[in-house]
Design a protein around this ligand. Structure first.
Ligand code: DGY
Length: 323
């Protein structure tokens, strides 16, 4: 007697580690094409699956969810899950999971890499050398800003925000932070971090790093007015989600040199940039690679596989998204 295996649909190929775990148990359909699938193509393959593994760029909205016939779990291959209508999934009794924890350090590294790259003009300087323009040491060649002794304002002091704070301590920075809820005193002490009202932080910090999830409350948290109140030497780093910042307003401020610079790993209308951003020399632009290390992406794939295995074997997956 042949037993039909449960079907798992993966909307875009993820590292083998997790896929192999799934293949041992289930019938796994992995999309591995050059182009992204359209929503309709995705739905065609997802409709009768038992589980789907989704990416942060997949719009898993109400309409998509309501068309699913047999899916028991949507396992997002990301810590952020703003691409999924969790309410609609919950109403349909579908689990939604994400990958918290495993990408904390890699993402904090990218935030720090951006901070250093913008402050010390690493990308510009590299280009200068490659173009054969380096003719010898000069006292004013590529002057940038110190990190040492400066104030870092962390917006969103969860796992990734705290990992950034740990790095900042090693660089001799002073840490201030804003969070939905103030952290317990012992954690504040650990980072020598001072809690501040968001507007005070914005006016005080030399560097600002964003680490909040994208929610209704954090959409355009960094408004034109807040950007206008930043210090002229301020450097703004975003490795969280693009729409947390009013990107058009930030572009204008950067173009007019109202603030010193910005480092982007994420964009408001990803993968599109605000036109002109790519022409500015006071920005560093990355293609959303915060978690892109071999080690981290392997762990993320393992985590989505574990979540799917739990759901399809009748257990509660360990990494349900928070309510
Ligand atoms: C996430 O996981 O949400 C990151 O943006 C990509 O790994």
């Amino acid at each position: 007697m042949s037993i039909t295996k449960a079907k798992v649909f993966v909307t875009y190929a993820i590292p083998d580690k997790g896929i192999n775990m799934l293949k041992e148990r289930f019938d796994v359909d992995v999309y591995d094409g050059e182009e992204f699938l359209t929503k309709e193509q995705m739905l065609e393959r997802a409709r009768y699956a038992d589980a789907i593994i989704t990416q942060l760029r997949d719009p898993i909205d109400k309409e998509f969810i309501e068309s699913l016939e047999s899916v028991k779990i949507i396992a997002n291959y990301a810590v952020g899950y703003n691409n999924i209508d969790v309410e609609a999934a919950t109403r349909k009794g579908i689990y939604v999971t994400h990958t918290p924890g495993v990408l904390t350090e890699a993402t904090a590294d990218i935030a720090f890499a951006l901070m250093l790259a913008v402050a010390r003009r690493i990308v510009e300087a590299d280009k200068f050398v490659r173009e054969g323009k380096f003719v010898g040491w000069k006292p004013k060649l590529f002057l940038g800003y110190d990190l040492y002794g400066k104030t870092l304002g962390i917006i969103g002091m969860g796992r990734i925000g705290q990992a950034v704070a740990r790095r900042a301590l090693g660089f001799g920075m002073k840490i201030i932070y804003y969070n939905r809820r103030r952290l317990p005193e012992d954690i504040e002490k650990q980072y020598n971090a001072q809690y501040m009202d968001l507007d005070v932080l914005i006016e005080t910090a030399d560097y600002i790093s964003i680490h909040t999830p994208l929610t209704k409350e954090t959409y355009h948290l960094i408004t034109a007015e807040r950007i206008a109140r930043m210090k002229p030497n301020a450097i703004l780093i975003n490795t969280a989600r693009g729409p947390v910042i009013d990107e058009k307003a930030l572009y204008e401020a950067l173009k007019e040199r109202k603030i010193a610079g910005a480092g982007f790993d994420v964009y408001e209308n990803e993968p599109q940039l605000t036109p002109g951003l790519e022409k500015l020399d006071n920005v560093v632009l990355l293609p959303h690679i915060g978690s892109a290390t071999y080690e981290t992406r392997d762990k993320m794939s393992e985590m989505v596989a574990i979540n799917v295995i739990h759901a399809l074997e009748g257990r509660i997956p360990p990494n349900l998204v928070p309510e």
